[in-house]
Design a binder for this molecule. Structure first.
Ligand code: DAH
Length: 338
């Protein structure tokens, strides 16, 4: 019996040492130590050994079992670390691979057009001013010669925040804020968000305007025309034609709308210009004396001009964008084209 144990132990250690995989090792474990394994068989056989020899034999059998179990554990650790090393080798960094580039953002088309507009007017000496999006009715309407019962208010479908407080429907209220804070002469442009209850292919409830205001002694309509023609040529190119049509705004007198020759057909007539050859781009006029007076400017001494244009509309014309909504959906497939 002792000799059999010895033999079994040697056979087991040899088999274990020869295993190359964890699976082979597990098979060896089952073969020797499993429920039907060879060591287990010997331990069971102890029942038939005469009582005198049983103790010594039992001890020897247990030692054999333990030695085999230890050999299995050691081999297991070896095989596992070898497997780990092989996996790490497979994962080795290939330093010659190009790096993964983080996606690069860029300036939104509305912002880049805004920057371009500001550059044009700043080069003429205009300063940049801003004002609040949430505005009082006083600044948005009353101070701009548009009292409560004025019919011109109807054309602005206004978002009311609370009685007396609105989301500004135009950047014009900043004219008044600037004049209240500054003695003449003033020359400012005001970019910003504006809001109206309106939503279709050419209207968005939130849109952008650029306001302009210049007040000084002896400012005339000719100054207004010269300034705006310079702007059109700088922004749309020297070939762009300009025309002024009489119009009405409460805060200017006289008032005009300015058109440019259609940027798509060059004035021949097409769908974009509704076959007129002209595109409306802004409203303008000579600052109404009531507005100067509301800012406590001396209306005998000072005159001024003002204008307001839709930045989104200019962006759409510049890039032939068919719907204003595209500018605000933030669909990367659209934005990446600029
Ligand atoms: N605020 C006008 C609008 O939203 C645009 C405008 C017209 C602004 C004439 C002006 C101006 O400053 O003089 O329709």
């Amino acid at each position: 019996m002792k000799a059999r144990l010895e033999e079994l132990r040697n056979a087991a250690l040899e088999t274990i040492a020869a295993t190359e995989t964890l699976q082979a090792l597990e098979e060896a474990r089952v073969c020797f130590l499993g429920r039907k394994g060879r060591v287990t068989g010997i331990l069971r056989g102890l029942a038939n050994v005469p009582p005198g020899e049983r103790k010594a034999l039992g001890q020897a059998a247990n030692e054999t079992k333990q030695a085999i179990a230890e050999a299995i554990d050691t081999r297991k650790a070896t095989l596992e670390s070898a497997a780990e090393e092989r996996r790490a080798d497979g994962e080795a960094l290939d330093l010659s691979l190009p790096g993964r580039r983080p996606p690069r953002g860029h300036v939104h088309p509305v912002n880049s057009v805004t920057d371009e507009l500001l550059d044009i007017f700043q080069a003429l000496g205009f300063k940049v001013a801003t004002g609040p999006d949430v505005e009082t009715e006083y600044y948005n309407f009353d101070s701009l010669n548009t009292p409560k019962d004025h019919p011109a208010r109807d054309s602005h479908d206004t978002f009311f925040v609370e009685p007396g407080i609105v989301l500004r429907t135009q950047t014009s209220p900043v004219q008044m804020r600037v004049m209240e804070a500054t003695d003449p002469p003033v020359a400012v442009v005001v970019p910003g968000r504006t809001y109206r209850v309106d939503n279709d292919a050419s209207h968005s409830p939130m849109f952008h305007q650029l306001e302009g205001l210049l007040v000084d002694e002896k400012v005339t309509f000719a100054d207004l025309k010269g300034t705006l023609m310079h702007f059109v040529h700088a922004f749309f190119g020297q070939d762009a034609q300009v025309r002024f049509r009489p119009h009405f705004f409460p805060f200017t007198e006289p008032s005009a709308e300015m058109d440019i020759s259609c940027t798509v057909c060059g004035g021949q007539g097409c769908r974009v210009c509704k076959h007129s050859g002209w595109l409306e781009v802004l409203g303008c006029g000579m600052v109404h004396p009531n507005v100067l007076a509301a800012a406590h400017y001396d209306t005998e001494k000072y005159t001024g001009f003002a204008f307001g244009m839709g930045i989104d509309r200019l962006t759409m014309l510049k890039h032939a964008i068919p719907s204003i909504g595209l500018l605000f959906e933030n669909d990367l497939r659209f934005l990446e084209q600029f």
